[in-house]
Structures are given as structure tokens and as C-alpha cells.
Design a protein around this ligand. Structure first.
Ligand code: HAM
Length: 427
């Protein structure tokens, strides 16, 4: 159905605009994530927001909700089936297979992700993720590094009411036998499962462990746990991972229900749950190992691990806990020009080139209106050019915050005056 053009335009259902100053928190979060991962030698990867849909079908699995029910798919003008990226991992794996960077390849990204879900607080059809992926090592030391980076990043935002849950999904050696045992066990409990899952034991019964309904939660009490059925190498890997977290003081809880929604996971999986936000949408981040993904997508056998953090969810948690409430820095100066606008043009350009944050008014407004804008901008000083200043080649510098007062400086001395006042422009 086409949008109704007779009414005011609206963003599509489940999407949202982020305007300044709220977007300032996005800038801060992204910048601090970049700083944190770059300290660990991760490099930014930028890949397309859409792929051939096949990439996600093969990588994530067609019976996952994300691919089977939520993916935005369409045929493009060449008739190729395209999908908007529902997550970042499969695209990064595709880029790895295509470009073959040296391993271990440590990549980070910031990306929108598209899922046609039922929108509600903290659940959008376009959300945004900060993530890392590392391809080329199966070392549990890497699992420890990746989880610690995520935990430290979340902690750095000041958000504290977050629980790190960890689990192991085993591998192709130990998981199939466990899945059979789980299926048998669930068959006996079938009548107790929720409507959705009663008929789906034959598919992937692991998904039932993750079901949030009260029926399924109660029904799975006492089912066999995958962590108790791991083969020796998977058990040793998981032990080493947990010991590493213990040694670094990263606290976590073991959660056998944590199976995550994608088919590509093996061994370590983890999720960060925020207790300050509404229960159904409280995962602020998650990830895990996917040692079979690259091969499954047609590349050489290559282990991998990563995580993604949802920007909107983390900011919801930050708001709920009252952290990250800094405001963007105000301009250093606001130029008030009542002689036609040309003086402001010269002064703002000179100051901006010297590294100052400077704003001005447009549309030939009155002195009173411009002073109001200057005040509202939060700037420290107004730099005023009226007819008298213009005639004598000076600028009036009026302090708006702190102790007030004003002086005049020669037009050519404005940059020096701003430096003298202790603002941080580049020399
Ligand atoms: P995910 O758990 O599906 O994992 O998404 C990561 C995070 O994105 C979630 O923890 C949540 O904070 C946020 N998120 C997911 N869906 C929505 C939504 N509809 N609205 C708002 N926020 C949402 C992945 O995407 C994996 N690729 C993570 C990964 C990386 N695993 C290995 N490497």
C-alpha cells in the first residue's frame, strides 16, 4: 500500500528519528566504543546495509525468527532478492570470505539493523548496533577478551544494573545428541508448552529453552542441560573461558536457557540483561562464538566470535539509571551582527577555523532577538557588531554566563581574545 500523501509525512512504523541533543548521547556512545575497541586493535569495517538475501538465509538459518519472519526482503530492479541487514555478523563473515584479510581479523562496526518485529518500547524495526567480530581464532582467551570488552564498555556508560549471562552451545560433536535427548524430554512435557511451541518440538527444540512465556518457562524446569552434555574439548573451552572471567573479576551467571536466536552459534554464548528496563526487551547486548559460520557460508573453515550491543536499549537503560545525562557542550561564542550579516560571516569563519564552536543568527533579526538566541544557545560570550563597533573597527564582547560584564576588542583581536578567555580553539 502506498503512503497516504494527503496527510503529513510520517516515519515508517517502528522507526524513529534521533534529534539533537538526544543524538549527542549517540555520538558519545559511538565515540567511546570506537576508543575502547581500537585500544584492543580492532579496526572499523563498513559493509553494505543490504546483501543478497541468501547470505542471511545461509548464515543465520531459515527457521530463525529473524530470517523466517522478520527480514525485509525484496526483489531489486534486476530481479535479485535483496535483504536489508537484520544483524551484522553474517555480512562481516561474507566480507571476510570475499576479501580474506589476515587472521585473526579483528573488526568493529556501527550499523542499523532491520527486523519486521512488533514495535514496542525498546523494540524497533530499525535499531542500531555497535559490535565486534573476530575471525580466525578458536582460543578461549579470545572469548575472554571479547566479553571483557563488552562488559567494560557497558560499565563505562555508568549502567550498573546489568547481568552478564553465559552458556555454551557445544559443537557439532556434542550438540546433536543433546538436541535429540532434549526433544525426547520435551515430547513428554508437550502439553505444558505454549501454543507457539507445542507443535514445534520437531524443529529446533533449543528455541523452546529461550521462550519467554510463563508456560514454557515452567515446562522446561528440570530438562537436561547442554552444559552437562558437552564433549571434553567444549567443556575444557568453556571452563577456561569462565576461569578467565573470574580472574579478571568480570561477574556473570550461568544460564542454560541462553541459546540465542541464530543458528550460527557454537560454544560460548552470552547476553547482557538490563534489570532497569522492561522485562521482555531487556537484552542490551549479546553474542557468541560461531566456529562453523564461515564454512557454512561457503568459505574456508574459520572460527569466529563477536557481540553486538543495541544502542537504543543501552540508552534506555542509561536513562532508567540516570547515567549518561551530560549535555552537549554549548558554543564558545554567539556572534550578534546588526549591520547586515557580513561581519558575523567573517567572525564565525575565522573563529571556527581557529577551532572554536561558534554560532550566529540569520535573517537580519533585531538586536533583541539575536541576544535572545545568543542566550538560548548557552554560549559563554556574545560577540556584538553594531553600527558603532563597525565604524570603529571593534567588537563588543559581552559575557553571558558567569560574572557578566563587557569590553571591546579590535576586530583583528577576536581570536586572541577568545584564547585569552580560556576557550579551547586550536592554536
Ligand atoms: P542480537 O541479540 O539479535 O544479536 O542483537 C544484538 C542487540 O541488538 C540486542 O541485544 C538488542 O540490544 C539489540 N536489538 C535487537 N533487536 C532489536 C530491536 N528490534 N529493537 C531494538 N534493539 C534490538 C545479534 O544481532 C548478533 N549479530 C550479535 C553477534 C555478533 N553475535 C556474534 N557476533
Amino acid at each position: 500500500m502506498d503512503a497516504d500523501v494527503s496527510t503529513e509525512p510520517r516515519a515508517p512504523t517502528g522507526t524513529h528519528d534521533v534529534l539533537w541533543p538526544e543524538s549527542w548521547r549517540w555520538e558519545e556512545l559511538t565515540a567511546s566504543f570506537a576508543r575502547q575497541v581500537e585500544r584492543a586493535n580492532y579496526g572499523l569495517v563498513v559493509s553494505p546495509m543490504f546483501e543478497y538475501a541468501e547470505i542471511f538465509r545461509r548464515g543465520i538459518g531459515v527457521d530463525s525468527d529473524v530470517v523466517g519472519k522478520e527480514m525485509y526482503e525484496f526483489a531489486d530492479r534486476d530481479g535479485r532478492v535483496i535483504a536489508l541487514r537484520p544483524e551484522g555478523t553474517a555480512s562481516v563473515a561474507r566480507a571476510f570470505i570475499e576479501r580474506r584479510p589476515t587472521i585473526p581479523w579483528k573488526a568493529w562496526y556501527v550499523t542499523p539493523a532491520f527486523r519486521h518485529e512488533r514495535p514496542q518500547a525498546g523494540r524497533y524495526r530499525q535499531h542500531h548496533q555497535l559490535g565486534v567480530e573476530v575471525l580466525g581464532s578458536a582460543d578461549p582467551e579470545l572469548d575472554i577478551e571479547v566479553v571483557t570488552i563488552a562488559a567494560d564498555f557497558i560499565e563505562g556508560t555508568g549502567v550498573r544494573k546489568v547481568e552478564l549471562k553465559v552458556n555454551s552451545m557445544g559443537d557439532a560433536t556434542c550438540r546433536p545428541a543433546y538436541v535429540d535427548r532434549l526433544r525426547e524430554d520435551l515430547e513428554k512435557r508437550k502439553a505444558l508448552l505454549c501454543d507457539d511451541h507445542r507443535g514445534r518440538i520437531g524443529g529446533n527444540p533449543l528455541r523452546i529453552l529461550d521462550c519467554k512465556t510463563a508456560e514454557c518457562q515452567a515446562a522446561i524446569e528440570g530438562v537436561p542441560k547442554l552444559v552437562d552434555s558437552l564433549c571434553d574439548p567444549c567443556a575444557a573451552h568453556f571452563r577456561r573461558f569462565r576461569e578467565g572471567l573470574d580472574e579478571l573479576g568480570v561477574s556473570y551467571t550461568l544460564d542454560f536457557r541462553l541459546v540465542r536466536g541464530f543458528d550460527y552459534y557454537s560454544r560460548t554464548t552470552f547476553e547482557f540483561t538490563a534489570h532497569s528496563i522492561e522485562a521482555a526487551q531487556n537484552a542490551v547486548g549479546g553474542g557468541g562464538r560461531y566456529d562453523g559460520l564461515v564454512e557454512m557460508m561457503g568459505g574456508p573453515p574459520t572460527p569466529g566470535i563477536g557481540f553486538a550491543i543495541g544502542i537504543e536499549r543501552l540508552l534506555l537503560a542509561a536513562s532508567a539509571e540516570g547515567t549518561m545525562h551530560e549535555h552537549p557542550p554549548p558554543p564558545d561564542a554567539f556572534v550578534v551582527d546588526v549591520v547586515g550579516g557580513g561581519a558575523a560571516r567573517g567572525i564565525v569563519t575565522e573563529l571556527r577555523r581557529a577551532g572554536f564552536r561558534v554560532d550566529r543568527a540569520f535573517d537580519g533579526r533585531s538586536m533583541k532577538a539575536q541576544m535572545k538566541l545568543a542566550d538560548r544557545s548557552g554560549a559563554d560570550v556574545a560577540l556584538i557588531v553594531g553600527p558603532e563597533e563597525q565604524a570603529s573597527g571593534v567588537v563588543t564582547v559581552r559575557t553571558l554566563r558567569r560574572h557578566g560584564g563587557q569590553c571591546t576588542v579590535p576586530r583583528s583581536g577576536v581570536v586572541a581574545e577568545m584564547h585569552r578567555r580560556g576557550h579551547d580553539g586550536d592554536e
